[in-house]
Design a protein around this ligand. Structure first.
Ligand code: SAH
Ligand code: MG
Length: 189
């Protein structure tokens, strides 16, 4: 899967970020995990293989979904991982009857705040939200004046999501900027 991701430029979680995520999973022993952004199912299958959790993962790209489904079958993880097909901002109804002990946000960076607000009502009392790519290749916090308009916009969105988390009165967030591509871990206060 890693080789496929590399060759096809699928942005799967970095080793260090994955190790960090799996440490959290080892400590918290979540029974249910929601992932937003399955891609080819790399992170979801690593979480499944390294825990007892059941995982619901959302993906909107049909090409990714096809590969994710193939990998799901090949790994024999159909009983542990459910792939929800569609935009995470539109498929809430398919997920709303679940409760999650962990939510891993790893989809369109510009929409993190919307994902957070939409899905955290499904989080259990001691549950954690892990957000990936909060330094975005080290570009967050740098001088963006020479970057393309779209990259500037993206970095502005990530920066404002960080501010949203930092100022959130319901959740307490710790930022791990030196791990992987920058991870945030939020718990209910
Ligand atoms: N978690 C994966 C990598 C995810 S890459 C891993 O580490 O292995 C981000 C994925 O999120 C892409 O496949 C993209 O299609 C998907 N995505 C982006 N925005 C989305 C949205 N609004 N709803 C569902 N999926 C989305
Ligand atoms: Mg990521």
């Amino acid at each position: 899967m890693k080789k496929y991701a590399q060759e096809n430029k699928v942005p799967i979680i970095k080793d260090e970020g994955l190790g960090f995520l799996l440490d959290i999973i080892n400590n918290e022993e979540p029974k249910t995990i929601l992932e937003i952004g399955s891609a080819i199912l790399y992170s979801a299958s690593m979480m499944a293989l390294n825990s007892k959790a059941n995982i619901v993962t959302i993906e909107r790209d049909p090409e990714m979904i096809e590969i994710a489904k193939k990998n799901l079958k090949e790994l024999g993880l159909e009983k542990r991982i459910t792939i929800i097909e569609g935009d995470a901002l539109e498929v809430f109804d398919q997920v709303k009857n679940y409760k999650f002990d962990l939510i891993f946000i790893d989809a369109a960076k510009a929409q993190y705040e919307k994902f957070f607000n939409l899905y955290t009502p499904l989080l259990t009392e001691d549950g954690a939200v892990v957000s990936d790519n909060l330094i975005f290749h080290g570009l967050v916090g740098t001088d963006t004046s020479t970057y393309s308009r779209s990259l500037r916009g993206l970095i502005r969105k990530i920066t404002s999501y960080r501010e949203f988390l930092a100022n959130n009165t319901e959740f307490q967030t710790t930022f791990y900027d030196d791990i992987g591509d920058g991870m945030g871990v939020s718990y209910k206060r």
